[in-house]
Design a protein around this ligand. Sequence first.
Ligand code: TRP
Length: 326
Amino acid sequence: MSKPRLLSGMQPTGVLHLGNLEGALRNWVQLQEQYDSYFCIVDWHALTTLAERPEEIPHNVREVAIDYIAAGLDPEKCAIFVQSHVKEHAELHLLFSMITPLGWLERVPTYKEKRENLQIESVSYGLLGYPVLQAADILIYKAAVVPVGEDQLPHLELTREIARRFNYLYGEVFPEPEALLTPAARVPGIDGRKMSKSYNNAIYLSDDAQTVTQKVKQAYTDPLKIRKNDPGHPEGCVVFALHQIYSKDDATTIESECRAGQRGCVDCKMQLAGNLNSALDPLRHRRQELLAKAGQLERILKGGAEKARAVAGETMKEVRKVMHLE
Ligand code: TRP
């Protein structure tokens, strides 16, 4: 196997939505063909926000795994696994924490933001170390590429810095991974803000057709378009933004009809709901197939963890050796 290796992951802080699908999963499904791919569900990272409600995590882990597979990740082609099933990540995180200057971590934008937004008096040690654990996730597989959104670039840069520092101190063990930037798909939530589980505006991959239609009916449209034949302003209309993704071929017609007052919002929404449901049907089908086989999901995650552990174990042997820990 000479394909370059790829690793990426998501936190199981909730079930996945259209933003996750268009912003990451569709891309991963393509990439699994070209790379030796590892897709992780980072449950330890989720503890940075769910430490007081850890009982929510197992359900989310399961749902995210189902969403991965429903979206088209194929366990025959890639490893799908749970971070906490491969304890080696924790060992590497500990060793990296010894060589990571505090200043590097305090500068990370996601940390600074969380610290300010949450206005927590004292943030946890784990939150500060979040990117060190992420570096361990990536480097333990010696991943060449990491598909991520733009928000993750500082974490990737830190990963590269940790790799360089480790190699400088102990010898060349880790290649420096490259970010594979996922073209940012702008998927608005039904209220017009960014789609997010915390805004309660998301359409989930696991929503049934009726729920999707219901949510589309509630979606924010041009407030100046009151009657069916009022001319509309597609810019800033959630329904139009979603048409651009899910009704691609018709988007220009939809836009001109809306502007000309030839299209009512109710019909426009019903058309979108139909197309969205068609786009989600293959996912629903794969979800059903997976769940119809008792124990299948557990077997997939077990197999994924075994495959991951084999690689992680080899890397840790090298790491322990150069750090005089054997
Ligand atoms: N920090 C990433 C996010 O919130 C999740 C993550 C953890 C990750 N470890 C990773 C992503 C390793 C890519 C590679 O989206």
